[in-house]
Design a protein around this ligand. Sequence first.
Ligand SMILES: [Cu+2]
Length: 367
Amino acid sequence: MLPRTSTSLLIGVIGLVAAGCASESTTATELRVPIFERSGAASADNGGSTSDGELETHLKGRNEVPPRDTRAQGEAIFRVSKDGKSVDYKLIASNIDNPFMAHIHMAAKGVNGGIVVWLFPSTAPTPGPLGIGRHDGELAHGTFTASNFVGALAGHPLSDLLAAIAAGNAYVNVHTNDGVGAINTGPGDFPGGEIRGQLGPKHDEDEDDDDGNDKNVVNMLDDCDPATFNAPPGPGPGTCVGNGKTTFQAFIAELTATKVAAKWLFMPSSLEREGGNLFAKNLGGETHTFTRVAQFGGGIVPPLNTLSGNTTVAPECQNLEADDFVAPGGTYKEKLTSDEIQRFQCCIHPWMRTTVTKDHDHGDHGN
Ligand SMILES: [Cu+2]
């Protein structure tokens, strides 16, 4: 590995303009796995594990579309394997009547989407019996891989689900059905879904951000393929120390077509906070910045500004200091204000953004 400093990486990035250094290729053997922060509200039945790679969502009736009036609630916990090839999960539900199936669906918050993974009764795409009555506790646990994908993800790699989760486009849904008469007659009979929880970037309102800083985290993610980023015509040696899958050519092609590279992102892209510290963790393979700007704009790499349509450079990106560059594995601390809106962006990849809005009603309703 090359010795790396913020400066040499920066030069590597700027080298995009005039690449041509000797190549040093490394093989990518591992999938890049987005790491998610655990929610602060731990369930009584989650085994107590708090290791990285775990994600969790709280399932509630009011998250359904349309919202369902129910006392049922649940929790889904996922753990991505180190090699990124499988996911262990546990699904817990209480105060729920007649659950008969549960899945991961693909859609944003507030939108209903198709099934991509079955979780209950099992990973097999088969519903359970109707009208099973009251359930409290673990509903299902198991392991799934890409071979379990159905619907829109059938035939896709596991990384596509992780990317959807990172983008806020996946949720867990538990369906109920009493098997009698009309549907949607009340709790225990919502075949379209009784409790739901979004996966990924959403910071659940159950979170208590008063203790511990690790909940105030924005993850900086990318998916750079080191072989192509570190060699011509990529930006050059040392640019990418990760094990991503997106080639430099595909990165430029996506940027050209859509003005963003979707796997280069800040996660979450929006959160509600008032004061306190925010920690931006670089989990990617490239250097990024987490720069407070008055308005989002272009950064310090003109070709990336042009391709992403950010032709007006954010002035804050023109005054960067060495310690503004966050190398892979690094963390950047930013003190939040009580301003109504605070904006942070990467000054290298200007489409990587997070907006912090003032936390108006910090709900507090325990399990
Ligand atoms: Cu960046």
